[in-house]
Design a protein around this ligand. Structure first.
Ligand code: HEC
Length: 162
């Protein structure tokens, strides 16, 4: 009988990793709408699998960062307003751009010569930084990232990801 009670208690309270997984792929928090992790999610931004071996503080700092390294502001010769974008696959004929002014980001395939200019990003903010994600949620997400990439089940303390 005892094991049934234990099983039910476990089923009722999701673990930190389960909460983190739900948040990661949630339509609102949406890390998974821009990041791949162990083959799941959408690779608009960097794949987060390699980040899992870093400590919780380092992962949180990267998520909170207001400085962008890869995002560029693109203007097309074919017209329209400039927009912040991540560049994806590129060959002689096409370049993939993920338009970050759209939510979720919109994939565009354009001809490389259609790019009128690309400049450093001063308009787009990483969502967890822009929305000041709360520490409890970020701790759950970081626990899930670490679990998905390394298999560790170690709890992440919200105090470490503020
Ligand atoms: C709208 C798309 C989008 C969403 C949503 C998003 N990210 Fe990102 N993220 C990016 C982009 C784009 C970059 C690269 C920014 C740059 O440096 O130019 C990035 C960078 C990062 C980095 C740094 C990675 C590295 O290798 O430098 C981490 C960590 C990260 N995101 C975590 C998260 C987490 C955790 C969430 C959910 C709470 C999240 N992101 C939600 C688009 C997104």
């Amino acid at each position: 009988m005892l094991w049934i009670a234990l099983f039910l208690a476990q089923a009722a309270a999701p673990s930190q990793i389960q909460r983190g997984e739900a948040l990661f792929f949630d339509a609102q928090q949406g890390c998974g709408s821009c990041h791949a992790l162990k083959g799941k999610g959408t690779a608009v931004g960097p794949d987060l699998t390699g980040l899992g071996r870093l400590g919780p503080q380092a992962i949180a700092m990267a998520a909170h960062s207001t400085v962008t390294q890869y995002v560029q502001v693109i203007k097309l010769k074919s017209g329209g307003a400039s927009f912040p974008a991540m560049m994806g696959k590129k060959d002689d004929k096409t370049v993939v751009l993920y338009d970050l002014s759209k939510n979720p980001p919109e994939k565009k395939e354009i001809a490389p010569e259609d790019i009128a200019s690309s400049g450093s990003n001063d308009v787009w903010k990483h969502p967890p930084a822009a929305n000041k994600i709360d520490a409890e949620k970020l701790a759950d997400i970081v626990a899930y990232i670490k679990y998905a990439s390394t298999g560790t089940k170690k709890a992440v303390d919200p105090a470490d990801v503020r």
